[in-house]
Design a protein around this ligand. Structure first.
Ligand code: PLP
Length: 441
């Protein structure tokens, strides 16, 4: 049954609003949405989105909520896994770049040129991934969109993991390409689809992630590389959450699976391990040359500020010179995972992303507020961004977390679960189970 489209109806979700909101004109629709959000806030059921952080982002942050109250919180929602955002060497490098090059290049590289820092970073990232060249983008999102809209053509087919990031599918959608998803991390399903695509006229592309951002699970890259060889297909790996994290010393997911340099195209971001923003595509020289002329997200977008480029250089320097940073991260991941296992969660210790699946009888927004009240900053992923059965909290571990931070998190998780996930049938709000996601066709 359709839920009443009233701003006071807190049972509405984003999907209801997108679908039902189509009946409304633009001004009415946006006003309706804004009123609905205000109402959620007054019930303490807003998603805690857009909290104001009034300190540097590290293991501890100072946060101002919607009522203007400030509190110190332990940060378990930052993808700056190595904690480099406040590292003195990174800060010094940023200041030096500002002095040497000013705040920005003032336009796209094709028109305005770029600095030696930019070119050096391209070559350094290429060496990191074992490719001939690399191309820098303004964000990981635009790297995916720029790559996937530019590289395939209409006669090609793209087979991609069902859990791929929105930026991958947005790129594919922008290019109007034929794309078919295969079941998440299901090698047999991928092989069947590759076989079925054998007699197409064009190329076969396969898109996977090194570390899946929602669940922190990894792709079996060695098997995928072998399949791509067998079926003469081009492998595109988005290693956003693996770059600097997985593999020996943070050398990336291809290294973890012993296929370093064997992946055709590797994409990464600077917004995770490197704690800034920006993205890159590492590939052959030919593909890089092509992208620099035909990838619209590259051609029509300004170069990254030299300060950001310097921060990434500094991060790579630190990965090489101070292995303790990466080792601390992995020790923290193991410690937290062991603690969560004791609480009954099936937590892996391979990556810095640890999901806590939310039971169907848990009101995820109320539970999110409970974490916030306890001074724990953790992200929740709720329907319709994910199916109801896959709602979760996502913990991001940092190298700078102390054992005491992790213990405080474990205590909060145990308390929130006792309070908000009692046995079913207790009258707590149970969201409707539905497999649909935010994508509204
Ligand atoms: C797998 C994956 N690819 C790409 C992106 C986009 O990266 P950015 O936030 O740096 O634009 C993300 C961001 O969360 C991601 O998880």
């Amino acid at each position: 049954m359709q839920k009443a489209l009233r701003p006071g109806n807190i049972a509405l979700n984003l999907r209801d609003i997108l679908v039902q909101g189509r009946k409304l004109g633009f001004m009415e629709r946006t006003q309706f949405f804004s009123d609905w959000l205000t109402n959620l806030k007054s019930h303490n059921l807003d998603g805690l989105h857009l909290r104001i952080v009034t300190s540097p982002t590290d293991r501890k942050v100072r946060v101002r909520d919607h009522e203007g109250r400030e509190q110190d919180m332990l940060m378990f929602g930052s993808n700056s896994y190595l904690g480099l955002g406040t590292h003195p060497y990174v800060k010094e490098s940023i200041i030096k770049a500002l002095e040497d090059y000013g705040s920005g290049v003032g336009g796209p590289p094709l028109l305005n040129g770029y600095t030696q820092l930019h070119r050096d970073l391209e070559l350094r990232l290429a060496a990191y991934e074992g490719t001939e060249d690399a191309v820098l983008y303004g964000s990981g999102y635009s790297a995916n969109v720029g790559l996937m809209s530019a590289i395939p053509t209409k006669q090609d087919v793209i087979l991609y993991d069902a859990n791929s990031h929105a930026s991958f599918s947005d790129g594919v959608g922008l290019g109007g390409h034929t794309a078919i998803s295969f079941r998440h991390n299901d090698i047999q399903d991928l092989e069947q689809r590759l076989e079925a695509a054998l007699d197409i006229e064009g190329d076969r592309f396969v898109g996977v992630e090194g570390v899946y951002s929602m669940d922190g699970d990894v792709a079996p890259l060695n098997e995928i590389v072998a399949l791509c060889r067998k079926y003469n297909s081009i492998l595109v790996l988005d290693d956003a959450h693996g770059t600097g994290i997985t593999g020996p010393g943070g050398s990336g997911t291809p290294s973890a699976f012993d296929v370093h340099g064997e992946v055709d195209i590797v994409l990464g971001t600077f917004s995770k391990a490197f704690g800034v923003s920006g993205g890159f595509v590492a590939c052959s020289k030919a593909v890089a040359d092509y992208l620099r002329m035909f990838s619209r997200a590259y051609v029509f977008s300004a170069s990254l500020p030299p300060m950001v480029v310097a921060a990434v250089h500094a991060g790579l320097d630190l990965l090489e010179s101070d292995p303790e940073i990466h080792a601390s991260l992995m020790a923290n991941v193991r410690y937290l995972s062991a603690g969560l296992k004791k609480l009954g969660f099936d937590a892996s210790d391979k990556t810095a992303v640890i999901p806590l699946p939310v039971p169907l009888n848990m009101n995820i927004r109320a539970a999110a507020h409970a974490f916030h009240e306890r001074g724990i900053f953790v992200n929740h992923l709720e329907y319709p961004a994910v199916p109801v059965s896959r709602q979760r909290f996502r913990i991001s571990v940092m190298a700078t977390h102390t054992k005491d931070d992790l213990d405080q998190l474990l205590t909060a998780v145990a308390q929130v679960w006792i309070e908000f996930a009692p046995p079913a049938g207790d009258g707590l709000m149970t969201p409707e189970p539905t497999p649909e996601t935010l994508r509204v066709d």
